[in-house]
Every structure is written in C-alpha cells, then in structure tokens.
Design a protein around this ligand. Sequence first.
Ligand code: SF4
Ligand code: SF4
Length: 267
Amino acid sequence: MLPSTEYVEAVERTLDSTFTFKCHKDISCFNKCCHHTDMLLTPYDILRMKKRLGISSTEFLQKYTHTHIDEKSSHPFAVLTMNEDEEGSCPFLTPEGCSVYEDRPANCRYYPVGKGLMIRDTTDGPAPVDFYFFIRQPTCRGYDEGREISIAEWRAAQGVDVYDQMNREWQEIQLRRDNPGKPKLDDQKQALMYMASYDLDQFRKFVFESGFLNLFELDKDEVEKMRDDDVALMKFGFKYMKYILMLEETLKLKDEFQKENKPANVN
Ligand code: SF4
Ligand code: SF4
C-alpha cells in the first residue's frame, strides 16, 4: 500500500531493527488497511495474481487496475482500483480477509515496514542501496500487540524476498530514469514500457507474433523458455525496457537491421 506520507517515520532502519507487531483475524482493525489505498503494482504482483485468478494479464489489467503516469519520470504504473462504493475496499477483500492472500502484492506484504531503494556511494562506487522505515497508520492496532521481531524476521514471515528478487531489476530501471536530466517518454515508449512491465500475455504475442524475433540476435534457449514461462518472459521484458530506454545495449539488432536510429520500430 502507499501510505499517506504523514504516517511514514522519517527514520531509516536496517534489517536488524526491531519492532513489536502482530496482525491477526481477531484484531479490532481487521481488514481496515484494505480500503482506500493507492496500491502501485509490480510486474511480479500481476504475474502471480493473474495466474491465481486464471485470467490473462490483459484481463487482469482491464478489470482490476488503472494507469498512473509518474509526473517526474513519465513512467506508466498499474495501480489497483478500489471498489467504487463508500467503503472503497480492495476488490480482493472478503469478510474473511484477503481472497488472494498467498499471492497478495508486494506492498501488502511489506506493511508496516516500508522499503526504499536509493543510489548511494558505497565502497564499490555509486550503487542502489535498500533502506527501511516504519509506517504507523493510526487505525492500525498491530503495534499494540505481539512480540518483538526484527525487520528481517518480519519480511521472511511475509514471503517478501522472492518479490524483491523478482522486482529488483524493474525497480532499478525506474531508479536509473528517475533523474531530472532524463527526457520524458513519448506515448509509444510509455505503451511499450507498460506492456513489457505488466501485460505479459500481450508482450508474448508481441515477441512471437510480430517480426520481433527476426530483428534481434537472441539466445535460442532463452526464446524457447519464454514461450511458456512467464518469469522468463518478464525478465526478458526488463531487458527490452533497458533497450528501448537506451539504458543499456541489452539487445542486438541483426546486422542487416543495424541503422542509426535505434531502437527499431518492430510493428
Ligand atoms: S490484495 Fe489482499 S491484502 Fe492487499 S489490499 Fe487487497 S485484500 Fe488487502
Ligand atoms: S493490524 Fe494493521 S495490518 Fe493488520 S489488519 Fe489491522 S490495520 Fe491491517
């Protein structure tokens, strides 16, 4: 969830920092956090939820999300659309709790520990570094209960690591573009970024049913893997994004298509 910044503690924490917290079905605030949230989704969130619901990424995006264009970077993001009633509840919320719990998005898993990524000077030079902070929403009673645990223990219990691992490259792409010197994306690049980030089923058609495969020198095993494997396709999508954003030459055009104006317009 994207909490209001007024509830975000301005103190940076580490994985060893401890806090007292417990969230459970009998707590007085049960489900209160699943209403009126601006929940930004990651590529891996959508991969997991569309699979769980047995629908395509295109259907998932149409049914459950809306697009937000970040003012600074001009990157398109998928945001979970809350129900349009007074309660503004999450579409996956039931009286018993979250109906997609095992596949809930990364932001639902993080709460109440937020995580940021920032370029900092390290001994190996500037590099993306994680930092953590607590979110203390007044309606959340979880801080009043439970035992003391570390941020590392909390994250392990929430199954966050696989999400972070899967989304890392995508987050680093945002970070590398989140810089005042970078030009804004045009409509075409925004659409390609959105597709490669979120709409895997559409991206698969784009890769396998357009002239895409004829244009680039690609590893045959990688291509075969991403025919059926969504994670492999998502990772290839990150490569493609770096290519179209001209962050890295992650793809190589075949010699006969080498021109001055890259990237090539595939369609
Ligand atoms: S996905 Fe589940 S945990 Fe997350 S806001 Fe919706 S109901 Fe709550
Ligand atoms: S304790 Fe906090 S996270 Fe848990 S249900 Fe209550 S408001 Fe949500």
